[in-house]
Ligand binder design. Structure first.
Ligand SMILES: [Ca+2]
Ligand SMILES: [Ca+2]
Length: 148
């Protein structure tokens, strides 16, 4: 005996995956474009191979050295304008500063699979850059740290 399927309820079913997909497509494109654009500009300044070797060098917790990282990823040899571009990418919330929370996830801006910095690494990193002791890194402080 054949069972006749009834599809008439589908367009009204709010749990339908098709409806969910439609909603996601409407609400998320702007955010996706921003994230994509940011990733694109980081690899437009630094080579993927250099980023890779810089990340490999500090895989073990508490092995991160900002000086070594900036050298290995090639950033310390870039122009002030390029360093500024990288600063803008690391300033994830566009506040004009790299705050401690953004510093903690610094490595993940280079590769999403990288580890978070430990508290000790984050604090040492911040101390090394924060000349005016306001607890965050401005673009001038970042350029000085990277290029010195
Ligand atoms: Ca910020
Ligand atoms: Ca500061």
């Amino acid at each position: 005996m054949r069972v006749k399927k009834d599809y008439s309820y589908l367009p009204l079913d709010t749990t339908s995956p098709h409806r969910l997909t439609a909603v996601l497509r409407i609400t998320s494109p702007a955010r996706e474009l921003t994230a994509h654009g940011k990733n694109m500009s980081l690899t437009s300044v630094l080579s993927a191979d250099a980023i890779d070797s810089a990340l490999k060098d500090c895989q073990a917790p508490d092995s991160f050295s900002h000086k070594k990282f900036f050298q290995l990823c090639g950033l310390s040899k870039k122009s002030a304008a390029e360093v500024k571009k990288v600063f803008a990418i690391l300033d994830n919330d566009n506040s004009g500063f790299i705050e401690e929370e953004e510093l903690k996830f610094f490595l993940q801006r280079f590769s999403p699979g990288a580890r978070a910095l430990t508290d000790a690494e984050t604090k040492a990193f911040l101390r090394a850059a924060d000349c005016d002791s306001d607890g965050r890194i401005g673009v001038d402080e970042f350029q000085t740290m990277v290029l010195s």
